[in-house]
Write a protein that binds this ligand. Sequence first.
Ligand code: SF4
Length: 361
Amino acid sequence: MPHLLDAIDAQLAPWFKARGQGAYRLGQVRRWLFGQRAGGFAEMTDLPQALREELAGAFALWSSEIARHTQAGDGTEKLLSTLADGGQIECVLLRDSEPSPGGRGRSGRRTICISTQVGCGMGCVFCASGLEGVTRNLTTGEIVEQMLRLQRLLSPEERLSHIVVMGMGEPLANLDALLPALAEASREDGLGISHRRITISTVGLPKAMRRLAEIDPRYRLAVSLHAPNDALRRQIVPVAEKISLAEILAEADHYFEHSGRQLTFEYVLLGGLNDSPANATELADRLAGRTAIVNVIPYNPVAGLPYRTPSLAAQRAFRQALEQRGVSVHFRHRKGDAIDAACGQLRRRSRVKSQESRVKS
Ligand code: SF4
């Protein structure tokens, strides 16, 4: 059965037309999906029951099953989904809470972090997602499905406000499926999230960065550096073997010229590896003259990997060294530690558990 979320308009418009139904039917379905957060065709009560039943027989709304749903005390929620072919992916809802005036629900930023591939081929040494390489790209429908599943976790008073494409996988390696999915996110009759509130993260693939700049530079771009020089970067990001920081920064500058959107550079701070004040100074010199924010993310340890969270003193010294050189720094505080919210950790834990149970049985 075709997955409706793969191409909602292109599938539904001719389907309704062939049944003599007006074009407004498509709008009704879209309102139920994106606005009313419907979980199935049966809930779309302003469509005739016979039509709802026919829709349910013609299209699959969901293509995955939730294997695990975890919640942390800070409001973070994470879903581990099993896809139709058995692959597993993760997506996360992050809440920056402010009590709402009437005391009902919570207001503030509601960000979702979504995946674009099963696994990841970039192999960053500190990351759980890349440990077993990449299995395949996600389809557009599988990406939209993560957004809708996460939106359904919100209370009626809450609204999605931001999307970060920073989950499992390298987003720019799957642009053909990602861009139509993000179009659904930004459409007024989709999730209605403006382009400037959608951030695509990349490890820095120059050709794909150029392609994004040419196709649609309205999104914010976050480029993961993790090191201030090529020698150190090669140790942390294996794809860096073939791609220099100079190439990546040149493409980042090109994207900025096209989009006018402030660039973000991501830097995972690994204790004893890339967290010295000298590393910070070198990074600041590299980025001099750019309108950019550096997002520093103190490492979230992954079971079985030898990397550690830097000490608070090291984090402070790193920040100070950047700020002294005029760099805008944002330390991203870890959310959802208790539920393995960092990319790929829940999936890894689930796979390790199933391997252990296979060994035991
Ligand atoms: S950090 Fe991102 S790019 Fe690197 S392996 Fe993990 S998912 Fe892939």
